[in-house]
Ligand binder design. Structure first.
Ligand code: DGL
Length: 265
C-alpha cells in the first residue's frame, strides 16, 4: 500500500517508525511542512488552512491511506483532512484515547492542541470518569528540531512541565505531540517508574495493521521492503541529516510548494 503522512518537521518520524515496525512492506510519502514549523503555537484558522493545503497536495499523490502524524492538526482540523481525502484516515488522538485504561491521565502537547482539549474530550468519550490534565509544552518542539535533546536546558524545561502533572498523581502520560517520543529517554529519567508512558503512534499503527490485514489478506512474508519518499517545504539541505540521525536512512528529499496548484503524482 501507498501511505501518506505529514508533520511540521521530524515529529512524524515517530509514527513512521512504529508503522514500519508493524506494517513493513509498504511505500511511504512523508511530507514535512518545515517552512511553517512550529505548528503548535498557530491559530485554529492557520492550522485549518494548512490542513486544506496538505490534503489537497496528498489528493494528487495516489495514496491508499493517510496517517495524521501531527497531533496539532489532528486536534484542530481532522474534519478538513477527512473531507478532502477520499482514502481512510488514521488519527492519533482517537486511536490513543480508545486504549486508555488508567483513571488519572496526564497529556503533554503543544499549546494549540491543549487549547482544544481534544485529548480530554476523546478520552472522556471512551471512559467518562477519567481525570485528565493537559500541559502545554511550547519549548519542546524547537529544541527537539535543533537536536537539543540531551542538555541541562531541556531537562530543566521537562522537569518544569511535568511538575503539575506529577502533583496530580497521574498514572499514565500521553505524549500528545509526535515530536515528544524523541525525548522518551529524558522523560523516563524524570518520571517515577509507576507512570506509564503512552505513545499514540502505537495505537495508530495497530489500527492501521488491523485495517491492512483485512484489506490485503495476503500479508507478504518478505520483510523490510520499505519504500520511503520525503518532501519538505523548506530546508532541503538539513532534512536528510535529520532523517539519517533519527531513522537511520539517507533518503532523497524533494522540495515542494504547497500553494502551487495542479499536482502530478
Ligand atoms: N509534531 C506536531 C504535533 O504532534 C507539531 C508540532 C509543532 O510543529 O509545533 O503536534
Amino acid at each position: 500500500m501507498r501511505l501518506g503522512l505529514f508533520d511540521s518537521g521530524i515529529g512524524g518520524f515517530t509514527i513512521l517508525k512504529k508503522v514500519i515496525e508493524l506494517c513493513p512492506n509498504n511505500s511511504f510519502i512523508y511530507l514535512a511542512d518545515t517552512a511553517r514549523l512550529p505548528y503548535g503555537v498557530k491559530t485554529t484558522n492557520e492550522i485549518k488552512k494548512i490542513a486544506e493545503e496538505i490534503s489537497y497536495w496528498f489528493s494528487y499523490q495516489n495514496i491508499d491511506a493517510f496517517l495524521v502524524a501531527c497531533n496539532t492538526t489532528n486536534a484542530i482540523a481532522l474534519d478538513v483532512l477527512k473531507k478532502n481525502l477520499d482514502v481512510p484516515v488514521f488519527d492519533l488522538i482517537g486511536s490513543a484515547a480508545s486504549t486508555i485504561q488508567e483513571s488519572r491521565v496526564g497529556v503533554l502537547a503543544t499549546p494549540s492542541t491543549v487549547k482544544t482539549k481534544a485529548y480530554t474530550n476523546a478520552i472522556l468519550e471512551f471512559k467518562p470518569n477519567t481525570y485528565v490534565i493537559e500541559q502545554p509544552c511550547p519549548e519542546f518542539v524547537p529544541m527537539i528540531e535543533m537536536n537539543n535533546v540531551n542538555s541541562d536546558e531541556i531537562t530543566e524545561v521537562a522537569t518544569r512541565y511535568l511538575q503539575p502533572l506529577l502533583k496530580q498523581k497521574i498514572h499514565s502520560l500521553i505524549l500528545g505531540c509526535s515530536h515528544y517520543p524523541l525525548i522518551t529517554p529524558l522523560l523516563t529519567e524524570i518520571l517515577p517508574s509507576s507512570v506509564k508512558l503512552i505513545d499514540p503512534a502505537e495505537a495508530l499503527a495497530l489500527n492501521l495493521k488491523l485495517f491492512m490485514d483485512l484489506k490485503t489478506n495476503n500479508y507478504s512474508k518478505k520483510k523490510n521492503l520499505v519504500d520511503l519518499k520525503f518532501y519538505v517545504t523548506s530546508n532541503l539541505k538539513n532534512f536528510p541529516n535529520k532523517a539519517n540521525h533519527w531513522l537511520n536512512v539517507f533518503p532523497e528529499v524533494n522540495l515542494v510548494s504547497l500553494q502551487k496548484k495542479g499536482w502530478v503524482s
